[in-house]
Design a protein around this ligand. Structure first.
Ligand SMILES: Nc1ncnc2c1ncn2[C@@H]1O[C@H](COP(=O)(O)OP(=O)(O)OP(=O)(O)O)[C@@H](O)[C@H]1O
Ligand SMILES: [Mg+2]
Length: 243
């Protein structure tokens, strides 16, 4: 069963084509990674999947629903951890989660219970009453992960989930993503850390200049090209370490 199908997805910003006719399927329960250099189009593809913006052309279906037809029904069933921090700086940690729970019409009592469970999940319980401005960068990333889980999403979209995290927190996030996957949450992520992609992605799409160069399991790519995932990435995107 496919959670996402994209056929000839193209996204233009004005006259600039950021994503250029890409096609892919993402299966239920897998962890699928988009890899590629800055500006490759990864965040744009994910933005179309989570109905932040419509495609310019092509067809994208999530949960077998066309993103252009019923984005509201799709959004209710997914969670997004954005690349940029968009937490409300005027609210506390717990209030950020509670406000978000209201967007999904979660009853107040349930919202409170979920919020405190999720704070424990991302190890921020002792920061519940703290203002967002007083969190460290890594703590904000972890709170964004907690917020993305407030509606118990079937599909979790993570745009560079571990950027800026210390080694302990990065491993903790990998462990949590593994736990979610075991519970049949489908994960779509972008990362610039090849170790992360190798560790947690079942399949990766390597993108460059708005196109997908290849889609395969990291292990298979490494066997086929005879090197690490970083080597494969640099080879396929035509970049060498000397550049
Ligand atoms: N709102 C926008 N308006 C105009 N151009 C945009 C907009 N958003 C992205 N772009 C352009 O589209 C291209 C793809 O951007 P995108 O953010 O999808 O890349 P990315 O692969 O996520 O890169 P990064 O690894 O740096 O996050 C870039 O050239 C970028 O400048
Ligand atoms: Mg991006």
């Amino acid at each position: 069963m496919q959670i996402v199908t994209a056929k000839n997805l193209t996204k233009c910003y004005g006259t600039f084509t950021a994503v250029d006719g890409v096609s892919f399927d993402i299966h239920r329960g897998e962890c699928f990674g988009f890899l590629g250099p800055n500006g490759a189009g990864k965040t744009t593809v994910m933005g179309v999947i989570h109905c932040f913006m419509p495609p310019t052309s092509g067809e994208v279906r999530v949960f077998d629903i066309d993103v252009c037809v019923d984005p509201g029904r799709i959004k209710a069933r997914l969670g997004v951890m954005p690349q940029d921090d968009n937490l409300d700086p005027d609210l506390s940690v717990i209030e950020n989660l509670l406000v978000y729970s209201r967007y999904f019409d979660i009853p107040q009592k349930t919202g409170k219970k979920l919020a405190s469970e999720l704070l424990a999940f991302v190890e921020l319980t002792d920061k519940a009453a703290v203002n967002i401005r007083d969190l460290s960068g890594g703590m904000k990333r972890r709170l964004l992960l907690a917020r993305a889980l407030i509606n118990s999403p079937e599909l979790l979209i993570l745009d560079e989930p571990t950027v800026g995290l210390d080694p302990h927190s990065r491993h903790a996030v990998w462990e949590k993503l593994g736990y979610l996957k075991k519970n049949e949450t489908t994960l779509i992520l972008t990362t610039h850390y090849m170790e992360e992609a190798e560790k947690i992605c079942d399949r990766v799409a390597i993108m460059d200049s708005g196109k997908i160069i290849t889609i395969d399991a990291p292990q298979r790519l490494m066997e086929e090209h005879g090197g690490s995932l970083e080597y494969v990435y640099l080879k396929l995107t035509g970049r060498s370490l000397a550049d």
